[in-house]
Design a protein around this ligand. Structure first.
Ligand code: ATR
Length: 273
């Protein structure tokens, strides 16, 4: 039930029906008994800036932004936070005192999803060089990861990403696994309907973490191989849940928690294969 004072936020996409954000934020709103609503907003690309400014003028607290609006979202901001500049994308808008502030919470969400992980522990290897790879690579480097190797089907894209981020980051044709503390798949390989990612993991150290940002299915062939090798595998659902935390807190003033119950609620909405 909403009152006239209800706090409003939502997710802008085109289409938007596939988004799990309303379920996720709606679960937190219910848990905290907030006078608030989080709604799906299907916004045509041509209307994006007009719609965003209109929602801000109508008193919305802010929005999440998903495909295909992530670049347009950058342009509509009055201020873009440093980590969103580093990520080259905006996924969270905060409307405050007549200004539109852009954040990117994907890198934060990824790091928060890793159990007992300190980026300073050792080198990381990242498969892929798209938008998700950039947010994660930036977060790892900024958290003190001593060395990052990018491996991508199109090496030029990885080279461009390494150049854009700067720091101790290199491109390789094959993943260097010996001594690697963290291996991350940011490609769509392993996603339902896509070919699997097949990689021989024997050379990874016993303490290595293997993370996959794919969450449909939850157990990708890569994670199955990691677990078979006795390593800890981290699925992509944690990143999806944790990336939502900063927006929720900024809009509604409550720091939400990611726990097993929330995982169960959102996982139940993901097809098993
Ligand atoms: P996102 O923004 O979700 O990261 P993206 O920008 O489309 O999506 O990036 C997808 C990543 O998956 C890229 O690294 C892509 O490799 P290319 O840069 O060579 O396109 C990778 N990818 C997608 N399909 C792939 C496949 N069949 N084999 C290897 N890599 C693949």
């Amino acid at each position: 039930m909403l009152t006239g004072r209800a706090m409003l936020a939502g997710v802008a996409g085109w289409p938007v029906a596939h988004s799990r954000s309303p379920l996720l934020h709606g679960s937190w709103i219910a848990r905290h008994g907030l006078d608030a609503a989080y709604v799906p907003l299907a916004i045509e690309p041509a209307n994006f800036a007009l719609a965003i400014r209109g929602l801000a003028a109508a008193g919305f607290r802010g929005l999440n932004v998903t495909i295909p609006h992530k670049e347009a979202a950058f342009a509509v901001c009055d201020e873009v936070l440093p980590r969103a500049h580093r990520a080259g994308a905006v996924n969270t808008l905060i409307f405050r005192e007549g200004r539109i502030i852009g954040d990117c919470t994907d890198g934060f969400g990824f790091l928060a999803s890793l159990p007992d992980y300190d980026a300073r522990r050792g080198p990381a290897v990242l498969l892929g060089a798209g938008g998700a790879a950039r947010a994660i690579a930036a977060a790892l480097l900024d958290a003190g990861c001593p060395h990052l190797t990018l491996v991508n089907r199109t090496p030029e894209r990885a080279e461009a990403l390494a150049l854009a981020l700067g720091g101790n980051i290199h491109v390789s044709a094959t993943p260097p696994l010996e001594g690697t503390a963290l291996l991350v798949n940011t490609t769509s390989l392993g996603m339902a309907g896509q070919p699997p990612l097949t990689l021989e993991l024997a050379a990874l150290p016993d303490h290595a973490l293997v993370a996959d940002i794919v969450y449909a299915p939850l157990e990708t062939p890569l994670l199955a191989a990691a677990r078979a090798r006795g390593l800890i595998g981290v699925d992509g659902l944690g990143m999806l849940l944790h990336q939502a935390r900063p927006g929720f807190e900024a809009w509604f003033g409550v720091a939400p928690v990611v726990d097993d119950e929330l995982r169960r609620i959102v996982a139940a909405d993901i097809p098993p294969r």
